[in-house]
Design a protein. Structure first.
Length: 352
């Protein structure tokens, strides 16, 4: 298969910093579009993967699955997009298209396995992992490419491609809306989108944070109430009060403290993916017939639905723009919860 050299930023080992590297991408096939990447959000999953915290990373690894860019060429059979269109690519770049879940628009649960935007076996290039958005261009089948609403700021839209859909999908699945009291735990990239989207869906939103500075400003993001989760007195006030909790914490924490805040028949959905298990006490769920659940990103059609919803409600991420050579510092700050609320890489900085 014909390939083209592409500038990227990635890592060659779990302990190594990210650095400039050259990768090969296929030349667009008839169903592909070739996208010049303008902006790429920095998801905590990029860090988990780059450092092999989920134990499946193939090196070299080029992370990045919150991609916004401009189409620079299209294959001969592409009919959904044209050169010049501004588009998005999220966490999924392919799937089998034939299993029950693909047919239902749940490509993230594709039976033989979806092709992730990075660190999945590349279907076109043998013995090569897919490479993500920390790069100058990407080539993607048009069926896995998203349209960006025209009214949204492009850099601030990039985080919707993962943080947006990962919070929208469970909020919708668990019927969040008017009359529902919803908790959002961990106000990082995902959590701050969760607050904005749950609020736009009409729920009463309670934000839980370990950070005093976020406590002071979560209401600006749309939270009706804010709880400093380290303070047991503040936590106690919400015992048995919440219909649904979205937990977007990236590290170990006491899940039982949150299960205790659910009403009878309430559900807590984990979207955060800490490296180590989170022990659940039996009485946290049997008392009150509660559900401890999880959710992973969202399918392609639902990602488009989320983008359109955000367009209608004027929702984007609060971002801090960085150049690609600041990525290693950004990872360190992510580990400290020190970002308001998503780093976005200005990809022109890769061209230097
Ligand atoms: P992030 O921006 O780093 O946010 C994580 C937040 O968790 C922090 O801002 C902090 O919020 C809180 N936190 C961090 N360490 C903590 C600790 N030790 N104890 C309590 N709270 C802590 O990360 P993100 O990009 O939003 O991603 C969050 C998690 O979701 C990651 O594990 C990521 O891999 C995962 N993820 C899952 C999916 C999926 O499909 N399920 C998709 C994308 C990401 P406060 O300062 O408010 O406490
Ligand atoms: Zn992500
Ligand atoms: Zn499938």
């Amino acid at each position: 298969m014909e390939t083209k050299n592409t500038k990227a930023y990635g890592t060659s080992a779990a302990e190594a910093p990210l650095q400039s590297m050259d990768i090969k991408r296929r030349v667009a096939t008839p169903h592909d579009v070739e996208i010049e990447i303008l902006f790429c959000g920095v998801c905590h999953s990029d860090l988990h993967t780059a450092r092999n915290e989920w134990h499946g990373t193939v090196y070299p690894c080029v992370p990045g699955h919150e991609i916004v860019g401009k189409i620079v060429s299209v294959g001969g059979h592409v009919n959904k997009f044209k050169v010049g269109d501004v588009v998005g690519v999220g966490c999924i770049v392919d799937s089998c298209r034939d299993c029950q879940y693909c047919k239902e628009g749940l490509e993230q649960f594709c039976e033989p396995g979806m092709t992730g935007t990075y660190n999945s076996p590349d279907k076109h290039l043998a013995n090569t992992p897919t490479f993500g958005g920390y790069s100058e261009r990407i080539v993607v089948d048009e069926n896995y490419v998203l349209r960006i609403p025209g009214n949204l700021d492009l850099a601030a839209t990039a985080p919707l491609l993962c943080a947006g859909i990962t919070t929208y999908s469970p909020l919708k699945h668990w019927n969040v809306g008017p009359g529902k009291k919803v908790g959002v735990v961990g106000i990082g990239g995902l959590g701050h989108m969760g607050i904005k989207i749950a609020k736009a869906m009409g729920a009463h939103v309670v934000a839980f944070t370990t950070s005093q500075s976020k406590f002071d400003e979560a209401q600006r993001l749309g939270a009706d109430e804010v709880v400093l989760s380290k303070d047991p007195e503040q936590m106690k006030k919400f015992r048995g009060q919440l219909h649904f909790i979205l937990d977007a914490v990236s590290a170990e924490h006491d899940i039982n403290a949150y299960l205790n805040l659910l009403r009878v028949d309430g559900s807590l959905a984990l979207v955060g993916a800490p490296e180590l298990p989170l022990p659940v006490a039996a009485f946290s769920v049997i008392m009150g017939r509660k559900s401890f659940a999880g959710s992973m990103i969202g399918g392609i059609a639902e990602t488009q639905e989320m983008l359109d919803f955000c367009g209608e409600h004027n929702i984007t991420a609060d971002i801090e723009m960085i150049n690609i050579d600041q990525i290693n510092d950004a990872y360190e700050r992510l580990l400290k919860g020190d970002v308001k609320y998503r780093f976005v890489i200005e990809m022109a900085s890769l061209k230097g």
